[in-house]
Design a protein around this ligand. Structure first.
Ligand SMILES: Cc1ncc(C[n+]2csc(CCOP(=O)(O)OP(=O)(O)O)c2C)c(N)n1
Ligand SMILES: [Mg+2]
Length: 615
């Protein structure tokens, strides 16, 4: 057996560079590159190895470990989980900065290879700088924090462990069911140890994403359930996109007259112009989709985790007389809510259902009702997103302006605050791949970094990041990375002076406005300062301007499109309104006793609402 003598870090890099993936039409490297922030925990070992591999596996410097990992995750999501990135940090704070990103990837079932440095396996110099010593267990380091938020975790304490661990990490990253973060903690001394690795370990390896086929008996049961349906509804989740099943779903819905509602991750599966597209479902859903959900007799949930925002905290559609069929690549998701499981790939699963359903169609009455509801909802969207000439526009009106400017080729990116809900309800999608909202973890500060990852994956398209003042202030430093790398973003900052959506939630649960809007916070007597977001963005190298109202915003968006570097537009918005139309109940626990009348009233409403909840 011929071998090659490499350090563990060199072997890791060589292996990653040799991984390839077969896409529809071509074969490409699996890894786009490695985001890296070095420290003593990875600069000498992994840093040296990456230096020599810059052509095959480019290293990208970012500004914050959490947000560089967000960018890597967004890159993978935009590529339908078929192309990936790794992220490496030093030990200690650099590593724990990535824990939130790991959780985000875990919740959203998105792949990222995390390579945090770790303290010395030898323990000879302990305690080293940034080591958190565990008194009772010297095997524990802060990297153990990755365990509950990784789908695969290993600590490489001997160089030869890579031989067994790396293939497992790859298999996890590319598994349609178990897809999520894989973490390899890399003790800094072990990164530098040499070993005679078999050459064959580094031969190019071409991966393909597996498409598990539905079991015949589950298929039979699902077909029988659908064939009985008169009022069917499809809920499309992120799995539809990852299985590249959007086209097949559109065809299935059209030929059988089945209305389709979309989750946050599923949004865009159907273009809004598709006659069966009912828009968003659930807490932030359209009135059309939610009315149909209330009346459907059979619901086919495809590629969705059925989280509370989709099910209206289990009060929207789970009546006793509804049959839920869950077509899902994962056993875990297919068992939820007492569904009839149909475990398998969404693309092939839909084809198999189609083949078994003969002439079955939804009833005429149901299709007409869906068409009417769709038209009514389109009127609502047009009304609430229209410019009213307000100095302080609503989020919905800003969405209207950005949506008009984004046109067919724009991609909108968002994650937290009031915007995701409004976008889910109101954003009109030209088709798959135009809507990127991270709502599995809804992590403030994902927006700008996520936009960077989206742009890296789709450099030919215009990426519109919509971000609240709160999220912007939490994480904005990857703006500088976007300028540095030449990945242009258009960022619209909606400054409503605080955490608008949590203030609204606080009031809706009977609370007094407190500690959310800046005006309700403990501040110096003169009040909290007004942040000049445009000046801040300019300081990071972006082009930027502040505008007032929607028509100024639209003009600024035209200038932003023409710019060739990241362009930030800040505008003041009204923190109070959100779109009342559509939507569904969401369970947020209200205090059982309180000195406030409003809380007691909210509690009574809460108890009442909970009675509709299916247990
Ligand atoms: C990291 C993180 N911390 C806290 C929250 C809870 N949270 C959700 S939205 C929000 C406020 C967001 O403020 P902003 O970005 O200004 O958007 P707005 O609510 O004003 O639309 C908070 C604190 C979160 N989602 N993520
Ligand atoms: Mg805000």
């Amino acid at each position: 057996m011929s071998t090659i003598r490499l350090t563990m870090a060199q072997a890791l890099v060589k292996y990653l560079a040799a991984q390839r993936i077969e896409l529809e039409d071509r074969e490409v490297p699996l890894f786009e590159g490695v985001f890296a922030i070095f420290g003593h925990g990875n600069v000498a070992g992994l840093g040296e190895a990456l230096y020599h591999a810059q052509k095959e596996l480019p290293t990208l410097r970012a500004h914050n470990e959490q947000t560089m990992a967000h960018a890597a995750i967004a890159f993978a999501k935009t590529n339908g989980r078929r192309r990936l990135m790794a992220a490496t940090s030093s030990i200690g704070p650099g590593a724990t900065n990535m824990v939130t990103a790991a959780a985000l990837a875990h919740a959203n079932r998105l792949p990222i290879l995390l390579l945090p440095g770790d303290t010395f396996a030898s323990r000879e110099p302990d305690p080293v700088l940034q080591q958190v010593e565990h008194f009772g267990d010297p095997t524990i380091t802060v990297n153990d924090c990755f365990r509950p938020v990784s789908r695969f975790f290993d600590r490489i304490t001997r160089p030869e462990q890579l031989l067994t661990s790396l293939p497992q990490a790859m298999a996890t990253l590319l598994d349609p069911e178990h897809c999520g973060p894989a973490t390899l903690a890399l003790p800094q001394d072990v990164q530098t140890f040499a070993y005679d690795y078999p050459e064959a370990f580094f031969h190019p390896r071409v991966h393909r994403i597996r498409r598990p086929q539905p079991a015949p008996h589950e298929l039979e049961v699902a077909i029988a359930a659908l064939a009985r349906a008169e009022r069917p509804l499809i809920i499309a989740g992120g799995g539809v996109h990852y299985a590249e099943a959007c086209g097949r779903l559109a065809e299935f819905a059209r030929t059988r007259g089945v209305p389709v509602a979309e989750t946050q991750a599923g949004k865009g599966a159907l273009a809004d112009a598709h006659p069966c597209a009912m828009g968003a479902i659930g807490v932030t859903g359209s009135a059309a989709a939610n009315r149909l959900a209330e009346q459907a007799d059979v619901i086919l949930a495809v590629g969705t985790r059925l989280q509370d925002f989709t099910t209206g905290s289990r009060a929207l559609f789970e009546r006793d007389d509804v049959t839920l069929v869950a077509l899902n690549v994962g056993r875990f998701d297919s068992q939820k809510h007492h569904a009839l499981p149909l475990i398998g790939d969404a693309l092939d699963g839909l084809a198999a259902l189609d083949a078994g359903l003969a002439e079955w169609r939804a009833s005429d009455a149901w299709r007409e009702q869906a068409g009417g509801l769709k038209r009514e909802w389109a009127e609502v969207v047009a009304r609430v997103t229209a410019d009213e000439g307000r100095n302080l526009p609503t989020d919905a009106q800003v969405i209207g302006a950005v949506n008009r400017q984004a046109g067919e080729d724009g991609i909108v990116v968002c994650a937290a605050g009031g915007l995701p809900g409004e976008l889910h309800k109101l954003w009109q999608c030209a088709g798959p791949g135009s809507y990127h909202v991270e709502y599995g973890y809804s992590c403030m500060g994902y927006e700008i970094a996520g936009g960077l990852g989206v742009k890296m994956a789709r450099p030919e398209r215009e990426v519109f990041v919509m971000v609240g003042d709160g999220s912007y202030l939490m994480h904005n430093s990857e703006l500088a990375t976007s300028v540095m790398l030449g990945h242009k973003l258009i960022v619209v900052v909606l400054d409503n002076r605080g955490f608008g959506c949590i203030n609204r939630l606080q009031r809706a649960t009977g609370g007094a406005g407190f500690n959310n809007l800046l005006g309700d916070c403990r501040t110096v007597p003169e009040g909290a300062p007004k942040t000049d977001f445009a000046a801040h963005a300019r300081a990071l190298g972006c082009q930027a301007e502040s505008v007032r109202g929607i028509s100024e915003l639209e003009q600024a968006l035209v200038r932003a499109r023409q710019a060739n570097t990241t362009y930030v537009i800040a505008l003041d918005t009204d923190p109070l309104p959100s779109t009342a139309e559509g939507g569904a109940w969401w369970e947020v626990a209200v205090p059982e006793v309180s000195k406030r009348d409003q809380v007691r009233e909210a509690y009574a409403g809460y108890r009442e609402a909970k009675r509709r909840q299916h247990r």
